[in-house]
Every structure is written in C-alpha cells, then in structure tokens.
Design a binder for this molecule. Sequence first.
Ligand SMILES: Cc1ncc(COP(=O)(O)O)c(C=O)c1O
Length: 497
Amino acid sequence: MFRHSQLESVKAWLAHPAHAAMPLHARIQRAIRQLILDGAIGSGKALPASRALAASLGVSRDTIESAYAQLHAEGFIERRVGSGSFVAEMTEFTPGHRRSKRDALMRNQAPNLSKRGDATFRSGGVREILMPRPFAPGVPDTRSFPLPLWERLERQVLKETGTLALLHGDPQGAEPLRRAIADYVNLERGARATADRVLVLTSSQQAMTLCANMLLDPGDRIFIEDPAYYGARKAFDAAGLECVPVRVDRQGIMVEPILDDPRHAKAVSLTPSHQFPTGVTLALDRRLALIQWAARNQAWIIEDDYDSEFHYAGKPTACVQGLDPHDRTIYIGTFTKSLFPGLRIGYVILPPPLVKPMTVARTLLDGHTASMAQLVLARFMEGGHFGAHVRAMRGIYAQRLDVLSSLVRKHLSDFVEPRIPIGGLQMPCVLTCDIPERVAVDAARRVGVELLGLSPLHATGGGKAGFLMGFAAYTPAELEVAVRKLANALQSVRMPT
Ligand SMILES: Cc1ncc(COP(=O)(O)O)c(C=O)c1O
C-alpha cells in the first residue's frame, strides 16, 4: 500500500487544475511516475494492488490497470504474475533524482552521438521536481503569488497589442522588459546596465550553456567554486570544458589558486552574493582581485546572481559586474526565485562587444523568449509590483527561516548543526552524527521529505557531509510536520552505540 504522503501526492496530482484535461488513468500514471523519478518509491518497492489503489482513490480498477500498463510499457515498473507490480531497478541520476533502468540502458546504447552530444547526455541534465515537498531547495512560494493581478496585466497587454503579440519578437528581448531589467539591476544590484546590454533568455541555465559554448572551446579551463551549483557544472561539462574546482571558505572562493595558476584559464564561474550551496558572500578584496585577474588575462567572470533579492539582514552586497570597469563580467539574473519557476525568464547583462554574438547564438537555440510573458513581466515591473512582491516575500521567507532554524535546533540537535544563511531560499545543515549523508537523504525520502546532499556538490570530496533544507515554499505548519518526520527518520537509521 502507499504511505499516506505518497497517496496525498497522487491525489494532489489528480486535483491539480493544470492536469484537468488529461484522462484519469494518464494522471494517475504521471503521478506515480513522478513519485518514482523523485525517488519517493525506491526500486524494487511494491506498488499497491490495483483493487486497493482504486478504492483509495475512488476510481475504477480498470483505470488503475491502464495506468500500471502504461508505467510497465515505459519501463518504470515490472509486473510479476501472482505477486504484483514493482518499481523497476533504479540508477542514480542527478542529486535528488533518479532514472529508470530503461533510461540507463538507453544511455549506454545512445547511437552515434557526437563527443559533445555524449558529454551532454552523460551530464544527466538538470530536472527539477515538479511537485516540490519539504525541503526541496531553491523553490519560491508560488501559493502567495498575486495571480489575479498577473491575469489583469495579461488582459491589458493583449488588449493593447492585439494580434501583434502573437508574432515573433526581438531575439534580444522585448524592449520594455530590457529597460525594466536594466533599471532594476542598476538600482538594486549596483550593476552598470543599459537596455541595449540586456539579453532576455529563458533561464540562468540557458545563460550558462550560452557562455560555455560562445566564450570557451572544448578543453579550455574554467575555474568553478568547490562546492558548486550542479547546473553550472553540468553546463560546463557538457560543453567539454575542463572544470578546475577552487575551494570556497568563509569569504567565498579562494583567489590565490586562481592568481597563482600558471596555466591559462579562460573564465571563472561564481555565485558571489550568496554562494551555492554554502551561503557565504564573496569578500570585496577577492572580488577586486578577480576583476584584475580577468582584465590581465582577458578572461571572463560569469556571475550567477540567482537569489540576492532575498537578503534578510541589511542590503546584499553589490554585484561584481558593477565593480568591473574592464567589462569582463557577464551578469546572470533569473526570475525563477523572485517570481516563479514556470515563468522561464532569465537574462544576462553583457559587455557591449558580446551583445550581438550572444543574441545570434540564442536565435539558433530558441529564437526568443515568449513575447506575452515578457510584456506582462515588463508591466509587472514598471507598475512597482515586482518590488512589492519581493518585499512581501522577503518578510515571509525571513519568518520561515526563523521557524525552520528553531525547529532544527529543537528536534534535530542530535543530528545536525544548522548554518543559518543571510539570505536565499535554503538553509545548509552539517551532519554532526555518525549517519552517512546518503543514508540520511534516503531515510528522509522514504518518509516524504526531500533533502539535497552536500557531498555530490563537492568536486574534490573534501567537504563536510550534510544537506540543504529549502524553507521558502512551505508554511510554518508544513515545516514543523516535515522536521518531526525527519527527526524520526534519522533516529530510525542511527547506528546503535
Ligand atoms: C545557483 C543557481 N543558479 C541558477 C539556478 C536556476 O535558475 P534558472 O531556473 O533561471 O535556470 C538555480 C536554481 O536552483 C540555482 O540554485
């Protein structure tokens, strides 16, 4: 039988308005597939008998049989006559994600891929969890988003542009949005931007892939933080770059290994405002040293400023791009955290000579970002709603961080030490007990709690074991339930002393 949390996930899928057009059996099949992909039902685990699941969900047994048949056809489950249905054997995918044996087989048999294609495929890509549950990291609270206001602005835009908004748009991005972004990063992030230096993209991920392919050749060296954001690492690996990990201490990435390196590296990739995953801020002297290094070596600084809107004590430090008089910095921003991930709008602020080449490159990827979404977002920003939303969410998130850190101290003090961040949507915790990180993450997942282990983010394996706990998308009550579940799960896997 499914556990309560698994059954609730399936029910949430069935009830979600976005899935309303799908036949019932397809919704059930997708919901179970997602549980498997998220690792919530491990390989070899039995699925409920079709009669029992039909009764729990209030649907016919034929509906469940159709869902199971499709899962079987796709290789997600095995069906054994007389004993039931079981999740197919799994192999590791990305942190927090798994893929089926069938996918693994396909990976080994991928026919005639180019070296670049093979590296891309082997990177495993980045798949986000579709229905996040505590403590999936980096997820903003979409339940508090002012949807009626967004809808109203959408109607206004459509009324004013008419069918023009249905045609192709400028590959560099809609001018009103580029203007709004430039004003915002100048004012709030201390950047030096103008609308004609902004390139609107679908995500930071797209920006990193573009940088990797347009600024470096396969085999070129790039310094990355150690530990690093897996999306950046994968984009660089897929482009065939040689990633050179550089240790992060309490002041951010260490600069001596970069300044002293005799071999020429073409770029450094950073999360300076709020290092992922440690949460530290890059010290000013290091920022200035890196800017000098980049200018001297004609190298690039790729600055990922993914969540600095959410800073809970004082103002966040200004971005590196604004300090760089030599125009060697590419600033990457995203609305994934500040608004909602489904929006799929990110951007780069480019040195002037890169604007045309990068814009041409993006035309070969996807032409341009969806025009309607850009125009609505521009209006959202111009009308002051973006600032208001960020301010409101900053208050909510600061309170949730407070709640989570108190809960961790109260219920998890035998297991972990929280590292309270100055900002962002997730809190790192270091394991202080003898439970191996992988065991802790798996035990949590079995009770419906999502943790992102820290070790896989370290290139050199030298980091402290622990995990990230996302708090922004979950109410205090949900945080409390999940912390209690986690405490029980960790207790159950603790080695006897
Ligand atoms: C450090 C970092 N950069 C970038 C992103 C992704 O942003 P986007 O959705 O714009 O690709 C994330 C998302 O989790 C992140 O943690």
